[in-house]
Design a binder for this molecule. Structure first.
Ligand code: HEC
Length: 126
């Protein structure tokens, strides 16, 4: 009956490997979100979008169209997904309606942290 123990062992090994991989991913994401929060402040995103991302930063009242309230998923013009937000940060958003979302020339990795922070922290903040 060695094969039963062998199979049970392999299943357990697979399960524990699966779990630790997931923990790692969660930890990585938390780390990304924490870095994203810092990058958000360092680049002054909060000045327009507000510290909680509601589109109500100190500069917002003079802008039209208004900076996005990140928790209003239906209001995004390019889109609220990870890649769409990364693209908005890289290229800005110009819809030809006056004041635009400026492009930010920051590293690919930092764009990722920032987009993940917006999704995991500010979009959930409803
Ligand atoms: C000068 C003010 C200003 C700053 C600073 C600013 N934004 Fe914006 N942002 C805007 C405005 C205005 C819009 C809406 C543009 C529109 O509706 O055409 C916008 C829209 C967005 C959107 C939504 C795009 C969509 O799909 O509708 C995202 C995401 C975004 N900004 C992220 C950021 C991030 C991240 C930073 C910091 C790196 C940042 N913004 C800094 C003004 C700003």
């Amino acid at each position: 009956m060695h094969w039963i123990r062998l199979i049970a062992g392999l299943v357990l090994l697979g399960l524990s490997a699966g779990c630790s991989k997931e923990d790692q991913t969660d930890a990585d994401q938390e780390n990304s979100v924490a870095q994203g929060r810092k990058i958000f402040m360092d680049n002054g995103c909060n000045l327009c979008h507000g510290p909680e991302g509601r589109g109500d930063g100190p500069v917002a009242r003079n802008l039209s169209p208004k900076p996005r309230n990140f928790s209003d998923l239906a209001a995004y013009k390019r889109g609220p997904g990870l890649e769409q937000i990364e693209e908005t940060i890289e290229n800005g958003l110009n819809t030809g309606q006056g004041i635009t979302m400026p492009a930010f020339p920051i590293a690919l990795e930092d764009r990722h942290h920032l987009a993940l922070f917006i999704i995991r922290s500010l979009q959930a903040n409803r």
